[in-house]
Ligand binder design. Structure first.
Ligand SMILES: Cc1ncc(COP(=O)(O)O)c(C=O)c1O
Length: 413
């Protein structure tokens, strides 16, 4: 028995849990150390609240890296997972299953999509999109190149680090997969100028998440749409982070007057259960014929049941309007903080409940992020000095006010 399982203390829901110390020590000793982690181990969650292994309550304004848009332990998702786990966990893709068919039906009826490839993560959804683009390009003039944007993030597999417009994710993994070039985000003219004879697609996040919550100028995505139409390119939106209601509409593209050819999803699609999807129109799907792609667990019954339940809640007509109200309240509170602390806060930006508070000084940003957690508020630091603030869509007004009070105390200290 490991040290962690041997050392039991009461925590969380009152069940026997390993102590925080033993969880952290065991993980540090045995896991590949690729993540920078705060010294906290969570054991339970409900809505916008997490409890750690010491029984401490923490307000979650990060939604577990934007994966739990409906909050922790949402009853509809919990019930769907429990029911499916007791019924049928997995069926191979050599046969059909009900949760997979229902998920494909929901994803297409709730979006522009005509076809869906189901997978397990954001990187895999983007891999599917990139393979669809290459198949399309090979059939239309022998093209293969995909243009992406500087500061983007598309995943950690070989193809998706090649697609990501940040040198640091590729360092030490060279040679990089060829066929990608990076263009400044928000500059449609630069994108058109970068198109070459081998270009087949543009892949872009409607709002850059990891890159610092960067919202493009109005009209940018619509301009990319017309560029793609003029040059017979596929327009591919990575909505892994912006999708599933995060920006106030089910998909971010709906607010931008533009329809892509491909959209990739993961993160909150299963409200924390790992599931991803590449959703596309018939044109983009045209190259993905029999045997072109696959994934053993793609379309898994258990994860797909979670995604079906998640999408049913997100499209119930109440969740998204409430999320927009919550976003307006939180944003107003953050703007008030900026007015109070102009020497620290440069800007508040974002869309819906994907918000970034840009600090002037990266060291101060690091300190604020750490101090917020000490005061019981979980947020995140990205792009060196951008505090990413993304509570679940079900966050209450009282929780928003509590989070703002904690941030106010931290900025004042
Ligand atoms: C926009 C975007 N695309 C893709 C990914 C990769 O998703 P995953 O970690 O599930 O592979 C992420 C993860 O942060 C992301 O933010």
């Amino acid at each position: 028995m490991s040290t962690a399982t041997a050392t039991a203390t009461a925590a969380g829901a009152g069940t026997s849990q390993p102590s925080a110390e033993s969880i952290i020590r065991t993980a540090k000793d045995r896991l590949v150390p690729v993540y920078g982690r705060a010294e906290v181990a969570f054991v339970r969650g409900e809505g916008a609240v997490l409890w750690d292994a010491n029984g401490r309550r923490v307000l979650d304004f990060f939604s577990s890296i934007l994966c739990t848009n409906l909050g922790h332990a949402h009853p509809a998702v919990t019930e769907a997972v429990a029911r499916q786990a007791a019924t049928l966990v997995h069926v191979s893709n050599l046969h059909y299953s009900a949760p997979q068919a229902r998920l494909a039906e929901l994803l297409t009826s709730l979006s522009f999509g005509e076809r869906v490839f189901l997978c397990n993560s954001g990187a895999e959804a983007n891999e599917a999109a990139l393979k669809a683009a290459r198949r399309y390009g090979h059939a239309h003039g022998g093209r293969f190149e995909v243009l992406t944007t500087l500061g983007s993030f598309h995943g950690r597999t070989f193809a998706t680090i090649a697609a990501t417009g940040q040198e640091k994710v590729r360092r030490g993994f060279e040679p990089s997969l060829p066929g990608f070039r990076y263009v400044p985000f928000g500059d449609a003219a630069a994108m058109e100028a970068a198109i070459g004879p081998k270009t087949v697609a543009i892949l872009v996040e409607p709002v850059q998440g990891e890159g610092g919550v960067n919202v493009p100028p109005a009209g940018y995505l619509a301009e990319l749409r017309s560029i793609c139409d003029r040059h017979d390119l596929l327009l591919m939106f990575d909505e892994v982070q912006t999708g599933c209601g995060r920006t106030g509409t089910l998909w971010a593209y709906e607010q931008m007057g533009v329809v892509p050819d491909v959209m990739t999803l993961a993160k909150s699609l299963g409200n924390g259960v790992p599931v991803g999807a590449m959703v596309c129109n018939a044109r983009a799907a045209s190259g993905l014929d029999l045997g072109a792609h696959g994934s053993t667990f793609g379309g898994n019954c258990l994860t797909n049941a979670a995604a079906v339940a998640t999408l049913e809640v997100l499209s119930d007509g109440k969740t998204l309007p409430r999320a927009r109200e919550a976003a307006a309240r939180l944003r107003a509170g953050l703007e008030a903080l900026r007015e109070k602390h102009p020497e620290q806060i440069e800007q508040v930006r974002g869309l819906g409940l994907l918000l970034g508070v840009v600090l002037k000084d990266p060291e101060r940003a690091k300190a604020v992020n750490a101090a917020a957690l000490e005061h019981g508020l979980l947020i995140n630091l990205t792009a060196e000095r951008v505090l990413r603030i993304a509570p679940p869509l079900v966050v209450t007004d009282a929780q928003i006010d509590e989070g703002l009070t904690i941030l106010g105390r931290v900025f004042a200290s």
